[in-house]
Write a protein that binds this ligand. Structure first.
Ligand code: SF4
Ligand code: SF4
Length: 627
């Protein structure tokens, strides 16, 4: 048996397949996106019959997996932490109804946050919904915890949450894979059984189910107090300070203590909700001071009844927001332990090095759209058509980077571009503000959460231009297919694909136009036409579908028609092109004298030709014609 380096998300996927989950659904979102891809890879390797799908959104994904559990199969659903907000309706309901087959929900949290609009803690969501949580510290533990979580789910007939964080999702650990699983017993012979008091519970039965749920949590907390997932580390080292840590912070604390040269008992919590109270209370009584290290918020800390001696996120000793990086944990432990009279080592060299690096005046390089990205062309045409005075509600996707081009003014959550545009229209009507409103949303985001807002906007008589940036894929999270694609999650052919233009028309929109943003002249003409429709007496919402495949997803259109460009000697370095068009391949010389093209990253899309209003960016002539 050989070990292999495995990504944290893939380790979770291996656990899901090994433990016999038969229906696994997800909506992509960093840091969770590799979980479903891993399930597809390993169901093929282990030859297991598992239904997998990239669902249209997290609520849909949740309910499909829940139905499988109610049938009696083991099931799992994965998403990023904000996806759990979208799935919160069935989440709360499922806690009451309970489950039959083991049901595991995997919302990946993003302390930092690295790529999310919030730093929310899914464990707190679980606390409110009353759903038990498993909080792994390593990829190997996450794989094992899938088994523990499914066991609790089936023993207590309750959905459970496995909550990884970004560092775990993207960590790599060597794992033994081949031969480490039991042979597949095949899909179990189960059937959905009617049970109206449970599956269609009315308020009277919901009250009983709530009582039942509370009792389950008491029993689970008892069981967790004896669980090997919660254990003491350095138990015999004594002292006046104890640490309670969970998730990745457990290992960060161990590392920091090693660097500080002290031994401090740590209670490692693998099940932060319901908190194993007996175990935690017994630990707490041994120390004068307790430090709680957890991410991204206070969950364990909130559940400790006597917080007089507790130092954590709530009192600001541990920063109230942000990731618990080694530097942060070192600094917290250094301060608290020094105050408590411990002899600690001075700051290690690597921390001093980190401080020196932090102090270096390195140039800031903000994230930007890729060279050749068709969204840039669409935004550039939008700005030239509607100008700086328009209001530009944006949405969640790589095209949020349109804010660099000053073509995205707001983003809130998935689908909010359309509702915000509607809201701005209704407010502007009252305050007599006639500025154009131009919203942008990606194809995947439109399908996820844009349809209901569009119907609502049509029905309420809103008027704005909506540009659906259709790049044929969910680009930001790794090219997962949408319902408008011709293939499914595992690469097989989709039985049907949805037409976005037809969908928009069926929402009641009368002006719908599909146009290639690379054809900037025609695209601009259509934008003007769309704007005119929003102002016409019998007009309304105008939808322009800017259709061109993401060039990383499908390079063929550019490869078939390359337009190499060159910047002439006359360029005076005015920076208009670098600021208004912002292609990363346009490089201003350090002395500011002119702009050059970085041919290492230029993809020869030719889209910047119009970005020099002086005409100094021109097509590069073939060698033979340059005599
Ligand atoms: S290429 Fe044109 S727009 Fe860009 S810096 Fe030179 S002169 Fe200005
Ligand atoms: S042709 Fe122009 S816009 Fe296209 S990648 Fe090259 S520099 Fe950027």
């Amino acid at each position: 048996m050989n070990s292999q380096p495995v990504l944290g998300n893939e380790a979770i996927a291996i656990g899901i397949v090994e433990q016999g989950c038969r229906v696994v659904t997800a909506y992509p979102g960093t840091p969770s996106s590799e979980i479903l891809a891993g399930v597809i890879k390993h169901k093929k390797r282990l030859e297991r019959e598992v239904y997998t799908e990239w669902s249209i959104n997290e609520k849909v994904a949740f309910e499909i997996a829940l139905a499988a559990s109610w049938t009696g199969l083991r099931a799992a659903v994965a998403m990023k932490q904000v996806g759990l907000n979208v799935a919160s309706d069935p989440l709360f309901s499922a806690a009451y109804t309970g489950v039959r087959g083991g049901f595991i929900i995997i919302p990946a949290d993003d302390p930092g946050p690295h790529s999310s609009q919030t730093e929310q803690d899914s464990r707190l969501m679980a606390l409110v919904a009353k759903i038990p949580v498993f909080d792994p510290s390593t990829p190997a533990e996450a794989r094992e915890m899938v088994k523990d979580a499914l066991t609790i789910s089936e023993r207590y007939k309750i959905p459970v949450i496995l909550r990884p964080t970004t560092r775990l999702c993207h960590a790599v650990q060597s794992l033994f894979i081949d031969g480490a699983h039991s042979p597949d017993a095949g899909v179990p012979s189960v059937k959905f059984h009617r049970d109206p008091p449970r599956w269609t519970a009315t308020p009277k039965f919901r009250n009983l189910l709530h009582f039942e749920l509370n009792q389950k949590l008491i029993d689970i907390a008892d069981e967790f107090s004896d669980s090997p997932l919660n254990y003491m580390f350095e138990a015999s080292s004594g002292g006046t300070v104890g640490i309670i840590a969970s998730g990745v912070a457990f290992h960060t604390a161990q590392q920091a203590l090693h660097e500080l040269g002290v031994q401090v008992p740590i209670l490692k919590i693998g099940t932060p909700f319901p908190l194993p109270q007996k175990l935690v209370n017994a630990f707490c009584t041994q120390f004068e001071t307790l430090i709680i290290l957890e991410e991204p918020d206070a969950c364990i800390e909130l559940q400790i009844p006597d917080r007089n001696h507790v130092k954590g996120r709530l009192d600001g000793i541990v920063p109230g927001s942000g990731e618990l990086t080694p530097e942060v944990v070192f600094s917290v432990l250094n301060e608290v332990l020094s105050e408590a009279g411990y002899q600690v080592n001075p700051s290690p060299e690597d921390l001093e090095l980190a401080a020196l690096i932090k102090a270096l005046p390195l140039p800031v390089k903000p994230p930007r759209l890729c060279p050749g990205c068709s969204h840039r062309s669409a935004f550039y045409s939008m700005k030239r058509t509607f100008g700086p005075g328009a209001i530009y509600p944006g949405d969640i996707g790589c095209y949020t980077l349109g804010m660099n081009l000053r073509a995205v003014d707001t983003f809130v959550d998935m689908g909010a571009s359309i509702t915000m545009a509607n809201g701005f229209f209704q407010a502007n009507r009252l305050v007599k503000d006639e500025r154009p409103i131009v919203a942008t949303i990606g194809d995947s985001t439109f399908l996820h959460s844009g349809i209901a807002p569009l119907i609502n906007a049509v029905h309420t008589g809103a008027r704005f231009v909506l540009i659906i940036l259709d790049n044929h894929t969910t680009a930001m999270t790794g090219f997962q297919p949408t319902s408008a694609n011709d293939h499914l999650a595992d690469g097989s052919e989709a039985p049907r694909k949805v037409s976005i233009p037809d969908l928009v028309r069926s929402c009641g929109v009368e002006y719908v136009n599909v146009s290639d943003p690379y054809d900037q002249e025609n695209f601009t003409r259509i934008l003007k036409e769309a704007q005119a429709h929003t102002r016409a007496p019998d007009g309304g919402i105008a939808v322009v579908i800017a259709e061109r495949p993401c060039r990383l997803y499908d390079q063929s259109p550019i490869l078939e028609h390359p337009i190499p460009v060159v910047i002439t000697e006359e360029c005076d370095g005015c920076r208009y092109c670098t600021e208004a068009f912002e292609c990363p391949a346009l490089i201003l010389r350090p002395d500011g004298s002119r702009v050059d093209i970085d041919y290492n990253i230029c993809v020869e899309c030719g889209q910047c030709i119009d970005a020099c209003y002086k005409g100094f960016i021109v097509p590069k002539l073939p060698e033979s014609s340059r005599a």
